[in-house]
Design a protein around this ligand. Structure first.
Ligand code: ZN
Length: 75
């Protein structure tokens, strides 16, 4: 009797863990797909980064505000 109860709890726990994995794997892909895949080049250091992460000004893109400032000082 006690052994059956332990088995039931163990099976329940396994199902709960598997369901958690399925839920997590179903949730994560749309979040990455929702982001724009456009890549832009930083005018200052010439490195590529996602457009969403770039600092943009007058059609030019920078990887961070510091590089925007550096580039403005140079030009
Ligand atoms: Zn940069």
């Amino acid at each position: 009797m006690f052994r059956n109860l332990f088995l039931l709890i163990a099976i329940g726990l396994i199902i709960w863990i598997i369901q958690g994995f399925i839920r997590r794997s179903k949730l994560s892909p749309p979040r990455t797909q929702a982001r724009s895949k456009d890549m832009v080049q930083c005018e200052q250091c010439k490195s590529y980064l996602p457009k969403d992460d770039a600092v943009s000004m007058n059609g030019q893109h920078f990887c961070n505000p510091q590089h925007l400032q550096d580039w403005n000082n140079k030009h």
